[in-house]
Write a protein that binds this ligand. Structure first.
Ligand code: NAP
Length: 326
């Protein structure tokens, strides 16, 4: 078969692409060849895909990836279409959810995506694809901050910044599931939401200095960065730990931590099969749910970016992709 004929027979898919950095409108729909799963990979028909701050940061040029063209998106929930050589975990037809390897595995803002099989776990029956597409990146981030980096356990006191946001609202639920005492920051209208998630105390960060209101913390999860990282150290008990999802440390962070006798780490989320299994278990036990702020069809990804860039989202933004989930 000639190359032309082969290309004509190859199935295609819709994907959101950008060829340059810029505002939301650099995102546009393209028809591209459907990828094939390689060794240890699966091809997933994407039903829903979360939109995260890293999507609009990459879109506008604050990025870890090389220059565009890009198809962004790391979160997804969908159905296995095809498995690559050596895959034992899944078979075509299985419902799965997970996070593609960050940052180099992006591509879930499309009808199909290929990813490492072990980036995924079975989707719990208790949740639909929209829920499942919202959960992986923010929950893995919260899990890796609170559990892997901090060892958060029963009775520990944890301060969670931006507790109504994507990472924050997953973190509050994960911390409560581990028996911690949770203090969350948000603007006042979101405090009922934080209490519904299980927060024991709330701080209106616009009116109250969190350093005055939160003392003797074992763990702080920072999602704000800069001065917020430095000031968060002042809330910790000696030996406590602050983990920040803003990967660039504030100037003097380690020096200040050493002076105070506390620890500080800046993290980047990693695709993680064991973490996804723990997250799926919490979902099955009814201890973890995503709050869906808004859904958008794939082709309106730009509108989802605009909504996210307000930095006021409560819970998660999700793209609905397969026709049956629109
Ligand atoms: N390192 C990593 O691997 C990693 C992974 C995930 C996320 N992140 C980063 O973590 C950050 C948060 O992500 P996200 O998904 O949670 O974002 P998000 O959902 O867009 O966060 C929106 C929330 O932030 C709150 N907020 C904004 N400024 C605040 C402040 N000064 N104090 C307290 N709350 C504040 C808003 O609440 P109000 O309306 O009440 O202000 C809103 O509910 C982003 O910068 C993201 O890039 C990094």
């Amino acid at each position: 078969m000639s190359e032309d004929a082969r290309q004509k027979d190859q199935p295609t898919m819709k994907a959101m692409r950008q060829e340059e950095f810029g505002g939301p409108d650099v995102l546009h729909e393209v028809e591209v060849p459907r990828p094939k799963p390689g060794i240890s990979e699966i091809l997933v028909r994407v039903h829903a895909a979360g939109v995260n701050p890293t999507d609009w940061k990459h879109r506008s040029g604050r990025r870890f990836l090389d220059d565009p063209p890009y198809t962004l998106g790391w979160d997804l929930s969908g159905v296995v279409e095809e498995v690559g050589l050596g895959v034992t975990l899944f078979a075509p037809g299985d419902e799965v959810f997970g996070m593609l390897p960050y940052p180099y595995g992006a591509g879930s803002h499309a009808e199909y995506v290929v990813g490492r099989a072990r980036a995924f776990v079975p989707k719990p029956d208790a949740i639909d694809h929209v829920q499942a597409g919202a959960i992986p990146l923010v929950s893995l981030t919260a899990w890796q901050c609170l559990v892997d980096a901090s060892g958060l356990g029963e009775g520990d006191r944890v301060l969670i910044h931006a507790a109504a946001g994507g990472v924050g609202h997953a973190a509050v639920q994960i911390a409560k599931a581990r028996g911690a005492y949770v203090i969350g920051t948000a603007s006042a209208p979101k405090h009922d939401f934080l209490r519904e998630l299980g927060a024991d105390e709330t701080i209106d960060y616009r009116e109250t200095d969190f350093v005055e209101a939160a003392k003797d913390m074992d763990v702080v999860l920072d999602t704000i960065g800069g001065d917020n990282q430095l000031r968060s150290l002042e809330t910790l008990r000696p030996g406590g730990i602050m983990v920040s999802t803003v990967p660039v440390p504030a100037e003097g962070l380690q020096e200040k931590a050493a002076e105070l006798g506390v620890r500080a780490q800046c993290m980047l989320v990693e695709a993680d099969h064991a973490g996804m299994q723990a997250i799926a278990s919490l979902v099955e036990e009814g201890k973890l749910r995503a709050t869906i702020a808004q859904t958008f069809p794939l082709t309106e990804a730009a509108r989802a970016h605009e909504a996210g860039e307000t930095n006021r989202t409560t819970g998660k933004l999700v793209l609905t992709i397969a026709a049956d989930d629109r």
